[in-house]
Design a protein around this ligand. Structure first.
Ligand code: NG6
Ligand code: CA
Length: 525
């Protein structure tokens, strides 16, 4: 049954290409995807592995040699391995916002959120999980959230909402913001896990609450030194951003993340193996603070950052093995990608830069997290649907924001006129049936926007009075934050070394105009 539906879909999509899992030559243009009627009977599960701060060059399938990632490599060998796939932004919150809403983060001023920020995806907003739920899926998010919770001034001792359950998820097990922000507790559905009502939680990002020591007051208690922003409440020997009182019995231990999040993900998959499900498996790795479980310590020569990559690969492998064990791999679309480019020093002294050796976190690209250069948004990205996708390396230009419209297309759901404004149906490219994909793609970074069109990369100039936040301008990151327009020809200059804007004023003018049009209208008009 599963096999025949999968094959039927494969042939409906392909029409002109052999239905095979082998490396295949791809015709330049293919007809749009035929709507597979059969899918109303059996819909494929969707699992998105959303890794945090993982760069293009950070896994061995993409050229790393100082760290080996066998599980991801296996997926890459079987699936579509993209070389020009992008997160919408070079930071976490806007990228996640886009993946889940099909819209660019700038439409909702999505920027890196404090740990007590209100939910930025408001109830009623169409989302990828709500779209899938409508189609009969059971939906879950396990791991990092960082999209805000509640209405502001969250009371962590009561039901915390709105959150994922109010925007289309049936189940959530969250790290509420980031590993480096309070509250350092798990939130399962609406409630903090293991909270003792006699020891209520208070969180503040303004003044100190409670009497837990901070990194500024008692640096001798720290296992890892940190910059000033990360030197507030100490939990598990690590100072965090923000202060927190109470909730002692609910505090997480960072080293437990791989086992706890994996257990929750596996449980959800087992519970829902007989019906279509969507799992948004959102990782803390390899974001700071990097505190891999002791069994991964020393697995690379790169220190905690390298070891966290090995841990992340192990977590991916656990889920993939489970799909095989349950016999549902053939009916599951697996997407592996990251929310933004790599960063070495992001506030904690974990020797990431000193122990890097020859490793190139962003591969051949310039910049990384926060940056307007390709390293900011060009993500290691793999899509695999056993028996349906083609095994190929694809240079199709695609964005994570496209998953929304692509799933809608697969499930035969018409999108509303104002829904998922920036999402384009890229299903044939996602499944490796074509490398013809986006004509234009926006890259958001801190303070500016970039626009890709084929081999051209344009970066909009910033107004002369706009400056980077202090903590960012002090970092050793190539930001691409310039008062002049920038234009790069990626065909001859993949590393964005030579700004040729002055040689091609016409191209610059066209891309500038197109960017303004897309900002105003989105990608679906
Ligand atoms: C920054 C933090 C950084 C990280 C980032 C969010 C400082 C100085 N830096 O503000 O450590 O937490 O926010 O990362 O506070 S992201 O991957 O979630 O976007
Ligand atoms: Ca991130």
């Amino acid at each position: 049954m599963k096999k025949s539906l999968s094959l039927a879909f494969c042939c409906a999509v392909l029409a002109v290409t052999a239905c095979t899992d082998q490396k295949t030559s791809i015709p330049e243009q293919l007809a749009p995807v035929a709507k597979p009627e059969q899918l109303s009977e059996e819909k494929p599960n969707l699992i998105v592995f959303y890794i945090d701060d993982l760069g293009y060059g950070d896994v061995s399938a993409y050229g790393a040699t100082a760290v080996i990632t066998p599980n991801i490599d296996k997926l890459a060998a079987k699936g579509v391995k993209f070389t020009d796939a992008h997160s919408t932004a070079a930071t976490c919150t806007p990228s996640r916002y886009s993946l889940l809403t099909g819209e660019h983060g700038f439409r909702n001023n999505a920027e890196i959120l404090p740990g007590d920020a209100p939910a930025i995806i408001r109830p009623g907003k169409p989302t990828l999980p709500s779209l899938l739920k409508k189609a009969g899926y059971t939906t879950a998010v396990v791991g990092k959230w960082h999209l805000g919770l509640g209405d502001g001034l969250v009371n962590w001792n009561e039901a915390v909402k709105p959150g994922p359950l109010e925007i289309g998820f049936d189940y959530s097990f969250l790290l509420p913001a980031t590993g480096d922000r309070v509250p350092t507790v798990y939130l399962e559905n609406h409630h903090v896990v293991n909270l003792d009502p006699q020891d209520p939680i208070t969180v503040s990002y303004n003044e100190k609450v409670g009497d837990r020591p901070t990194g500024i007051e008692q640096p001798e208690l720290l296992r890892m030194t940190a910059d000033r922003q990360h030197s507030q409440t100490i939990v598990n020997g690590i100072s965090r951003i923000g202060t927190m009182a109470g909730g002692e019995s609910a505090l997480w231990v960072d080293e437990d993340f791989p086992d706890i999040f994996t257990a929750k993900a596996l449980q959800f998959i087992r519970d829902n193996q007989k019906q279509p499900f969507f799992l948004f498996h959102s990782f803390q790795d390899i974001h700071v603070p990097r505190l891999p479980n002791p069994r991964f310590k020393g697995t690379t020569k790169m220190g905690p950052r390298g070891d966290a990559i090995v841990q992340m690969d192990w977590m991916v492998g656990q889920v993939l093995n489970e799909l095989d064990t349950l016999g549902i791999a053939e009916n599951t679309i697996v997407v592996f990608t990251s929310d933004n480019g790599p960063v070495l020093d992001d506030g904690y002294d974990d020797m990431a830069a000193q122990m890097l050796g020859d490793h190139k976190p962003a591969g051949p690209f310039k910049g990384g997290k926060y940056s307007a250069f390709e390293g900011g948004t060009r993500m290691p990205t793999i899509v695999h649907w056993q028996g349906t996708s083609v095994a190929i390396e694809s240079d199709a230009l695609i964005s994570q924001v496209d998953l929304y419209a692509s799933m809608a297309n697969l499930l035969n759901i018409e999108l509303g006129a104002d829904e998922a404004l920036d999402s384009q149906n890229m299903l044939p490219a996602l499944l490796g049936k074509t490398t013809t994909a986006r004509e234009y793609l926006i890259e958001e970074s801190v303070g500016t926007l970039g626009l890709r069109n084929g081999h051209w990369k344009y970066i909009a100039p910033i107004p002369s009075d706009k400056i980077l936040p202090g903590w960012l301008s002090n970092k050793d990151i190539e930001m691409g934050y310039e008062k002049e327009a920038q234009l790069y020809d990626l065909a001859s200059d993949i590393g964005e070394q030579v700004n040729i804007a002055s040689k091609h004023p016409q191209v610059v003018a066209e891309l500038q105009e197109k960017l303004e049009y897309l900002k105003a209208n989105g990608f679906r008009k």
